[in-house]
Design a protein around this ligand. Structure first.
Ligand SMILES: NC(=O)c1ccc[n+]([C@@H]2O[C@H](COP(=O)([O-])OP(=O)(O)OC[C@H]3O[C@@H](n4cnc5c(N)ncnc54)[C@H](O)[C@@H]3O)[C@@H](O)[C@H]2O)c1
Ligand SMILES: O=c1ccn([C@@H]2O[C@H](COP(=O)(O)OP(=O)(O)O[C@H]3O[C@H](CO)[C@@H](O)[C@H](O)[C@H]3O)[C@@H](O)[C@H]2O)c(=O)[nH]1
Length: 452
């Protein structure tokens, strides 16, 4: 099989199927990425990917050329990025380019083209039409009936990508053709019935059960992906809005989350209040959903509100700092965590970046730390005038206040007595409600959480 695009989704998908015994050819237009992968260097931070790549290396090929990858494969996964354009619509340039190349090198042998990239409804039809209009002469005479397009949306989370691929909560396959279902059900069978030997280094779920599979039409599969992300984003914005009310009335959002989460219709997950969601997906996918609505003459009221609440939440953290510090200009503020969540070095739509920009505009001096995202930060945000510290204790030194933006375990386990002694001030704004308020108060920190 072939996998086009070697980002979080492509690499994880290819490694999963290589582990299950398939030969996998990866194609990416990014030469540097391909060179790194050939040399067993993982281009981003993601737990267990390196171990898996080493384990299945003999089943892998890496290339920047499409020809062989398309000709040899019977299943082709498209996993290219679909980043938002300036209007919030997904940019389908990579997807279209991949489809053109597929059309160019189809060779008459039946192939299932699986779209794993997150694309607005009609994305699968678009891929099919681009392939058909770019078919080489040999296949054109065959009327292009030697391929089908399917949708197989991906639900992995960064930081636990490989675990989510091996132990998914569901598999969704969308197609308008039975042959696509046959091929893909066969491919996913070991995952569906969990009949593989578990990778030795990967954590395992407590109990193993069959993975539900949803086979549906193309457009429903495409929409399941957007609806999932939008619902998760809604849960978080909802709890953040209630957290803001808690602060006014003197209630504790952790108690509220527990109290509502025990109702199985609500569920306890994704109810952590804080600086709100970020990352490469929620912002992009909720924006895309709003745009999809517009295309069909619908206003997506809830999704729009979810987005508004989320981005205001980043401002609320700054307000908290003002409430306690009064003067921010000239003060030194330390930022604990840059990545949009722990266990990743991904900075896409990370709340930390917005918070840093606002504080710089307001005249604060900024020091920043992250356990793994500093290299990305240096290369993407070199224009931001901040002090970058590899050592967290060096970072907190002389700070008037700290803002915890990413709930890395490392921060929960800091030697807070030491921190207290080397900071200039004593204010901690805990943007994730991750720290032990009692412990910090005993050490004479001024602790401010969210919704408490
Ligand atoms: N990151 C996630 O957690 C996640 C989870 C589920 C779904 N998705 C979706 O999956 C898709 C990929 O996401 P990602 O995070 O892996 O992206 P990514 O940015 O990490 O990687 C995308 C890769 O595609 C390559 N690429 C772009 N155009 C190409 C082309 N024409 N031919 C070959 N390679 C090309 C890029 O060079 C890059 O290496 C997106 O649609 C995203 O919304 C992402
Ligand atoms: O209770 C919570 C849970 C999460 N978050 C934040 O929400 C964001 C997203 O977290 P998470 O969903 O764990 O990370 P992603 O890797 O972005 O994964 C989401 O986006 C992917 C890309 O589409 C999907 O595949 C996943 O199913 C979906 O969870 C992060 O900023 C988290 O800090 C909260 O603020 N409160």
């Amino acid at each position: 099989m072939s996998v086009i695009g070697t980002g979080y989704v492509g690499l994880t998908t290819g490694l999963l199927f290589a582990y299950l015994g398939n030969k996998v050819i990866f194609v990416d237009i990014d030469r540097q990425k391909i060179e790194k992968l050939k040399n067993r260097v993982i281009p981003f931070y993601e737990p267990y990917i390196e171990e898996m790549l080493n384990l299945v290396y003999s089943n892998l090929e890496f290339s920047t050329e499409y020809k062989e990858a398309i000709e040899k494969a019977d299943i082709i996964f498209i996993c290219v990025g679909t980043p938002p354009d300036k209007d919030g619509k997904p940019d389908l340039t990579g997807l279209t380019a991949a489809a053109k190349e597929i059309g160019r090198y189809l060779n008459g042998k039946f192939k299932v083209i699986v779209n794993k990239s997150t694309v607005p409804v009609g994305g699968g039809n678009w891929v099919e039409s681009v392939i058909k209009t770019n078919l080489n002469d040999k296949c054109r005479s065959n009327q292009g009936h030697n391929f089908v397009v399917a949708s197989n949306p991906e639900f992995l989370r960064e930081g636990s990508a490989l675990y989510d691929a091996f132990y998914p909560e569901r598999i969704v396959i969308g197609a308008d053709n039975n042959r696509a279902f046959e091929v893909l059900l066969e491919l996913f069978r070991p995952i569906m019935n969990q009949s593989f030997n578990p990778p030795p280094f990967l954590p395992r779920p407590n109990g193993l059960s069959a993975v539900p599979i949803i086979t549906t039409n193309l457009v429903s599969a495409e929409l399941i992906k957007y609806a999932s992300n939008a619902f998760l984003a809604t849960k978080i914005s909802f709890i953040n809005e209630i957290a803001n009310l808690c602060e006014k009335v003197g209630a504790d959002i952790k108690e509220i989350a527990k109290g509502i989460g025990l109702d199985s219709r609500i569920g306890s997950k994704f109810l952590n209040a804080g600086v709100g969601w970020g990352g490469s997906c929620f912002g992009k996918d909720t924006a895309a959903l709003v745009e999809m609505g517009k295309e069909y003459g619908l206003e997506m009221h809830i999704i729009e509100a979810v987005r508004k609440v989320n981005y205001l939440q980043r401002k609320r953290i700054i307000e908290k700092l003002y409430e306690k510090l009064k003067i921010v200009k000239g003060k030194t503020i330390g930022i604990l965590g840059l990545a949009f969540k722990p266990n990743t070095d991904d900075l896409r739509d990370s709340p930390a970046i917005d918070i840093i920009r606002t504080l710089l505009e307001r005249g604060a001096h900024l020091k920043v730390h992250d356990p793994v995202a500093l290299d990305n930060f240096r290369s993407m945000y070199s224009s931001l005038n901040v002090v970058v510290n590899e050592d967290v204790y060096q970072m907190v030194e002389d700070c008037d206040a700290l803002i915890l933006v990413t709930d890395w375990d490392e921060y929960k386990e800091l030697d807070w007595e030491k921190v207290k002694n080397i900071m200039a001030g004593n204010l901690i704004v805990d943007g994730r409600n991750a720290l032990d308020e009692e412990q910090l108060s005993k050490l004479n920190f001024k602790y401010v959480g969210v919704g408490r």
